[in-house]
Write a protein that binds this ligand. Structure first.
Ligand SMILES: Nc1ncnc2c1ncn2[C@@H]1O[C@H](COP(=O)(O)OP(=O)(O)O)[C@@H](O)[C@H]1O
Ligand SMILES: [Mg+2]
Length: 595
């Protein structure tokens, strides 16, 4: 409990720190709350005078007090308008700012940490957690100041009217929070669990939408539906008791308020009968009591609502506190000239005793090899052997757990990520295309490039003619409700995106694996253009791509089992030879059964 409490205060502190640019706004909002507390007292007092003027049959006092009331009501309306308006703008601004910084953090954290989250979970942290966490500060804390002020003002006024009668109102104010205490503790637990189930629901919905093809192909609809029904049940199991608790709490509030009003009417009436109180005072008491229950019950709820905000705040900070990529110290101090030479591309890249695992298990185990500049280095081997992982290490998406990767003798960990990545183009089996136009998708490769360069890259990648045949040509939108591209078209678009980067180092991860033989030929041709004169690292499962490589590494279970040229490895008659033989007999079999 103690630890949890401390963590909550840390979250609150963190949120307050993030809200620092808005402290001026909070001060103004608090001042407006003070004005509004003042006018509430003013309204109550003028009301008392109006009623007393009426019972005293004093028409001039009646008129002047009505006039006074009008002025107060106008001031009150203005203050409320400003307060609602400012709070609304503040809400939007501060939430947007926090979302921007959270997204910035997501863009900079280590892939290893990102891998642990489902995408729906991360989306919900930006979309849902940020606004709710921000509300904790914006509304709850400013509200706290306003409510306390209002209660103090109103009580001071009541005490000045009649001390004992104030007891009734005081009982209401004290009883409500007291009654709510046990409810609040219960509700807090429910709120956290409800959030967890909601996230699980979102993940299922996302799987249903994004995996639509698989869902249909494997007839998974009943299974998914069953799971979803189960989640909805879980949600209801949390939501229904929560609603019950909320309803009971709310009604108890109401009963307490009614009791207080009866006390005021009864005891106040008794005082009036005995000439110890004016009638107007009773009206003032009733008005103030009605006004005071709002801030009082809000104060009582404050802890609960703040809990929700803090629960979301902890989800927010969990991501905010993830370490940035490359947060460790550089491996060795290096000269700027050396870095420049290293990213210049004409340098060999060496892996020295590189080991790596996504989790506990090792995926690469003590890999030693050199990638020669301006040559084609190929990786082959069974699936799961660690080929793609090795490429990810070269991309600096992940860092080796052990060993070191050097470019021109300079450790990658000493080269700024941005400079290193700026000279790489990466083409994967399933290229990710962004929602937007065809033009934009090529431009993502080099955001500063000109229109001519975009067109030239498309031509080199062999996709220009296709683009010109689409409805809006380069401006045609792709993705959701846009153009649907075939595998080969997507791949050529991603090759155009690689071309425009003018990369020094080309990383290709089975770029033609998902294509039919016709598309493969077209893409292979485009790739051939792209590879010219560039350091190329290619993972290929087709013989045609691999046999012309300058050097082939056969990677198995995270180790280099064999290396050499195609010729050398065939003569060795080892694992590579066996793989080639198997694939050849496989394709012969395919040919014979097909024909
Ligand atoms: N993002 C990841 N998180 C956890 N494990 C991964 C991840 N990517 C790959 N792996 C695992 O690492 C091993 C090597 O995978 P990979 O490098 O993709 O092999 P290859 O490309 O040779 O088929 C596999 O066991 C795979 O399951
Ligand atoms: Mg792979």
């Amino acid at each position: 409990m103690d630890i949890k409490q401390r963590r909550l205060s840390a979250i609150l502190g963190g949120l307050l720190k993030l809200a620092r640019p808005y402290w001026g706004w909070y001060a103004v909002l608090c001042a407006l709350a003070a004005v509004s507390s003042f006018t509430t007292v003013g309204v109550a007092e003028t009301l008392r005078r109006i009623i007393n003027a009426a019972t005293d049959r004093d028409s001039s006092a009646l008129a002047s007090n009505i006039g006074f009331a009008v002025v107060i009501v106008i001031i009150d309306a203005l203050a409320n308008f400003c307060s609602v308006y400012l709070a609304g703008v503040l809400e939007f601004k501060s939430t947007a700012r926090l979302q921007v910084s959270l997204l910035g953090r997501l863009l900079n954290v280590r892939m290893k940490d990102l891998d642990r989250y489902h995408s729906a979970d991360l989306i919900s942290r930006v979309d849902d957690s940020v606004p709710v966490a921000q509300q904790g500060i914006n509304q709850r804390l400013v509200e706290l100041v306003g409510n306390v002020m209002q209660i103090v003002f109103l009580f001071t006024y009541l005490l000045s009217l009649q001390g004992f009668l104030t007891l009734g109102t005081l009982v209401i104010c004290l009883l409500i929070p007291f009654i709510m205490l046990p409810f609040n503790a219960k509700m807090r637990g429910y709120y956290i669990r409800r959030q967890q189930v909601e996230t699980a629901q979102q993940q299922l919905i996302q799987d249903t939408v994004q995996g639509a093809e698989v869902v249909r192909a494997f007839s998974l609809a009943p299974k998914l539906q069953g799971q979803f029904t189960e989640r909805v049940k879980q949600y209801l199991n949390i939501h229904i008791p929560l609603t019950r608790i909320e309803a009971v709490g709310f009604n108890m509030n109401f009963t307490v308020i009614l009791g207080g009003i009866l006390y005021i009417l009864g005891y106040g009436g008794y005082l009036v009968i005995h000439g110890r109180l004016d009638v107007g005072a009773i009206a003032a008491f009733l008005i103030v009591t009605e006004q005071i229950t709002n801030p009082a019950s809000r104060l009582a709820m404050l802890w609960t609502t703040l809990q929700t905000s803090l629960a979301q705040g902890s989800r927010l900070f969990e991501v905010m506190d993830l370490p940035e990529e490359r947060s460790g110290a550089a491996a060795e101090p290096v000269q700027p000239d050396d870095v420049e030479a290293a990213v210049g591309g004409a340098m060999p890249i060496s892996l020295e005793g590189v080991s790596f695992g996504y989790g506990e298990e090792r995926v690469l185990r003590g890999v030693n090899l050199t990638i020669e500049p301006a040559k084609v280095t190929a990786f082959a081997g069974p699936s799961g052997g660690g080929k793609s992982t090795l490429l990810q290490l070269l991309l600096t998406s992940y860092e080796p757990d052990e060993g070191i990767i050097r470019a021109g003798g300079v450790p990658l960990s000493s080269i700024p990520l941005k400079s290193w990545r700026s000279q790489i183009a990466y083409v994967s089996q399933e290229p990710y295309l962004f929602s937007g136009s065809l033009y934009d998708n090529i431009l993502w490769g080099a955001p500063g490039a000109s229109r001519d360069e975009v067109v030239r890259s498309a031509q080199l990648a062999g996709i220009h003619d296709f683009i010109m045949r689409t409805p809006q040509q380069y401006e045609t939108l792709i993705g959701e409700r846009g153009l649907t591209l075939s595998g080969g078209e997507r791949q050529r678009l991603s090759i155009a995106r690689a071309f425009i980067r003018e990369p020094k180092l080309l990383l290709l991860d089975e770029p033609t694996a998902a294509l039919d033989s016709h598309n493969e030929e077209i893409v292979q041709h485009a790739l051939g253009e792209l590879m010219k004169g560039r350091t190329t690292v290619v993972i290929a499962h087709r013989l045609s791509t691999i046999q012309n490589a300058d050097r082939i590494f056969f990677l198995e279970a995270g180790r280099i089992a064999e290396q050499g040229t195609h010729q050398q490895l065939m003569e060795l008659q080892g694992k590579y030879y066996a793989m080639v033989e198997a694939s050849l007999s496989g394709s012969r079999a395919a040919v014979s059964s097909g024909g």
